[in-house]
Design a protein around this ligand. Structure first.
Ligand SMILES: Cc1ncc(COP(=O)(O)O)c(C=O)c1O
Length: 438
């Protein structure tokens, strides 16, 4: 029950000790097993037994999932790409740990490291990485910035990026360009691209003998494209170039495995699709490259190889309940299943794209190919301005969408697991009412 969390006899363990413990990791589930009400997970397991492989149509299983969130009655949240929602069980963990800190700060500094470490190991497992390859940061920007400042490069060395990158990816490199004379080279990926090969050709053609690293969004925030990251990593590897992926949207949306992708650096925000609180992010650094990527802020034992990727999060004491709650968000998604989540998200998006394409003044900018698309769908609109339409949907239907920041008059729609086909129909109704006539 909430409020009865038993964190046991406080055992003082310094942060340094965790570097030593790290390689073996903690017994998963142990430190999370006490206390708060997790009957939701038993119920989920019961649903599992009743064959819920079907992602469509809506039904009791997905209603049950939606009910695990704390949305205001009537709110239709189709913009978790900007800020997502925590399931109740995650919120409860978050507030419970802040409560413990308020009630007994000793427990905070004597025990929270263990809970945080549990979350970190869980995150590694969730994304198919070794425990020593993952650390928890505040967000994607922080991870991308560590990569942009942390690699040794000479003036004239190049970073290759696409025309679709987010400012959080671009600007750390712009600063380095200005300060240290490295060069940014941009390649164009069409919207929408005709196929995967077109993207790979653009990147392949952009590589020069001076290219040291490629910055690429795994999910493009303004078009919804999912880039073929595995193939990009392969072609980069063949040419001795590193790949840094902006994965702000992808953990919690796609069924990911870092080792399978072959990516070198991967930065993510936990509060968009994963259902963790704001101020959380997952950062992956391939083990073999940790000797080549400098941290920006350090603590005493950062040079100890046993600390692995933890050295990138040595920033002094932080709000520990945040990463601890991220661990619970991972637990929540694991119980549903990464594969099922991806399928549900893509099934909803496919329906939206198919129906939106039938509306006369609406153009779908996100590819239909499920390999090149995910839960972000971008629609270009002809007629009413996108922000006016977003306001209209909010006022009339209490439905939240984002307008995109690209040159087109477009909106971005997120179809996460708490969204239903019925709610997509509500959006389509609004689109038809405004744009469906010549
Ligand atoms: C593709 C992409 N990269 C990076 C970011 C920055 O995320 P954060 O502010 O969590 O660091 C965003 C935020 O929306 C994004 O969409």
């Amino acid at each position: 029950m909430i409020g009865s969390l038993n964190i046991g006899t406080p055992k003082i363990m310094g942060r340094r000790d965790f570097g030593k413990k790290l390689v073996g990791g903690f017994a998963l589930g142990k430190v999370f097993s006490d206390g708060l009400d997790r009957s939701i997970y038993q119920k989920l397991a019961a649903w599992d037994k009743q064959n819920v492989d079907q992602e469509a149509p809506d039904g009791a299983y997905w209603d049950f999932i939606t009910n695990q969130y704390m949305f205001e009655p009537g709110l239709i949240m189709m913009n978790n790409g900007t800020a997502g929602a925590m399931p109740r069980v995650v919120f409860d963990i978050l507030t419970e740990y802040f409560r413990i800190q308020a009630a007994n700060p000793f427990k905070c500094y004597s025990t929270f490291d263990a809970y945080r470490e549990e979350a970190r190991v869980r995150a590694a497992q969730f994304i198919g990485a070794l425990p020593e390859e993952v650390t928890l940061l505040r967000n994607t920007t922080e991870g991308l910035t560590i990569v942009a400042y942390g690699l040794d490069m000479k003036p004239g060395d190049e970073v290759l990026m696409s025309n679709l990158e987010h400012p959080s990816g671009i600007f750390p490199w712009k600063l380095r360009e200005k300060r240290y004379g490295i060069k940014i080279k941009e390649v164009t990926i069409n919207t929408p691209p005709r196929n995967k090969d077109e993207i790979l050709t653009a990147i392949r053609d952009g590589i020069t003998p001076r290219t040291k690293v490629i910055l690429i969004s795994h999910a493009v925030y303004k078009t919804g494209l999912i880039t073929p990251l595995k193939e990009i990593c392969q072609l980069a590897k063949d040419r001795g170039v590193l790949v840094c992926a902006d994965g702000a949207h992808c953990i919690g949306m796609l069924n990911l495995n870092m080792r399978d992708l072959g990516v070198d650096f991967y930065a993510n925000s936990g509060y968009k699709w994963l259902g963790a609180p704001t101020g959380t992010g997952i950062f992956y650094v391939k083990k073999e490259l940790q000797k080549d990527l400098w941290p920006n802020i350090v603590e005493a034992d950062w040079e100890n190889p046993a600390v692995g990727a933890l050295k990138y999060s040595y920033v002094g004491r932080i709000a520990d309940p945040l990463p601890i709650a991220l661990g619970e968000a991972i637990h929540f998604q694991t119980n549903i299943g990464k594969m099922r989540i991806e399928r549900r998200i893509k099934t909803l998006a496919a329906y939206l794209k198919e129906e939106a394409a039938k509306i006369s003044n609406v153009k779908v900018l996100t590819p239909n190919d499920p390999e090149l698309s995910g839960g972000l769908t971008v629609l270009a609109l002809e007629g009413m301005k996108n922000d006016q339409f977003a306001n209209y949907m909010l006022e009339k239907y209490n439905l939240v969408i984002a307008r995109t920041f690209n040159e087109k008059n477009a909106i971005r729609v997120c179809t996460h697991i708490f969204i239903s086909f019925k709610q997509i129909d509500t959006l389509l109704e609004g689109l038809k009412a405004v744009y469906g006539k010549k």
